[in-house]
Design a protein around this ligand. Sequence first.
Ligand code: HSE
Length: 311
Amino acid sequence: MKIVEVSSPATIANLGPGFDIVGLAIENYRDIVRIELTDDDSITLEIINNTGADVASKPYQNSAVVSALKVMEYAGVRKGFKMKLEKNVPIGIGLGSSGASAAAGAYAMNKLLGNKLPMEVLVKSAGEGEKVACGASHLDNVAPSLYGGFTIILDVDKPEILNVKPSVDFSIALVTPKVKLPMNKTEYARSLLPKKIDLEMMVKQSASVTRLIIGILDGDLEMIGKAISSDYVVEPARSIMIPRFYEVKQTALKAGALGFSISGAGPSVFALTYPEDAERICNEITSKFREYGIDAVGRIVKPSPTGARIE
Ligand code: HSE
C-alpha cells in the first residue's frame, strides 16, 4: 500500500477533573489525512482548510506531519511522503483540533507501514505531534481521537489506555464565547495552572476523578455529570479566561445540565445533558453569555464511538 486516507474525530479533553487523562471523541467533526509514500525522502504538506482559522502549514510545525514522522521513527523506517490534510475540526475553541490531525497522521502512517505499531505507540507518537502544536505533550485529545468513545490514560510515560464506548445516549451542549485569547491558546491556558497543589486539594480532586471514572465505567450519566462539575484545580484557575463563567455554570445546572465545565483548554464551555434537554440548555447558556454582552456560539455535539478510521 502506498496511499491511505484516514479521518479522526474532534474531542473534549479533561471532562472536568480528569485533567490530561480523560477525554471523549465527538462525532460532528473529523480531520482527514491522506498520505502517499514517495520514492525520495522529501516531506510535503498540502492543506485544505475548512475552518476559517490559521493552520500550521510548515510540515515540521504541523501536528499531523510530526506524528507521522514519529510513527516512522518508532517503526525504524524513514521514507518521504506527501501529506494532504483536510482541516474540519474547529481550531482554538477546545475541541482538540491539533490532536485530531495528529491522530489521523499517526494512524495513516501506521497503516502504510503495515500496522507495525500497537495503538499505544500511536498515542505516544500523536502526543509528540501535539507537543509541536501546543507546547506540551498531553494525550487526552489524541487518545480519544484514535480510539473513539471515552479514553482514560492509565500510564502517561508509557501510554496505557482504557477505552470505554458510551453505553447510554447523551448529548453535549457546547458553547463558545467570543473572547480574545493569546495566539497559542493551549500554552496560555496551561500557564494559568498552579504548579503545585496541596494535599487536601489532591484528596478532593482524586475523589472527583474517581467519581468520573466510575461513572464512565458504569454508564451513569448523573455520576459523570456530577464529577464534571467538581474540578477543584483546573477550572478555578482557567475560569478567568471566560467572563461570567460561574454565573453561566449556575444557569446551566439550574436548567438541568447533568454537568458543566470548560471544554479542553477552552474557551468553549460544555454541558452534559440528556438528549431531549440539549437544545434548551444550549440556548440558556448562550443567552446567559449574551445577557452579559458576550457573544457566544452554541452547538449540540454527540459522542463518537469510532476513533481514527480509513476513509
Ligand atoms: N488536557 C489539555 C489541557 C487539553 O487542558 O490543557 C488541551 O486540549
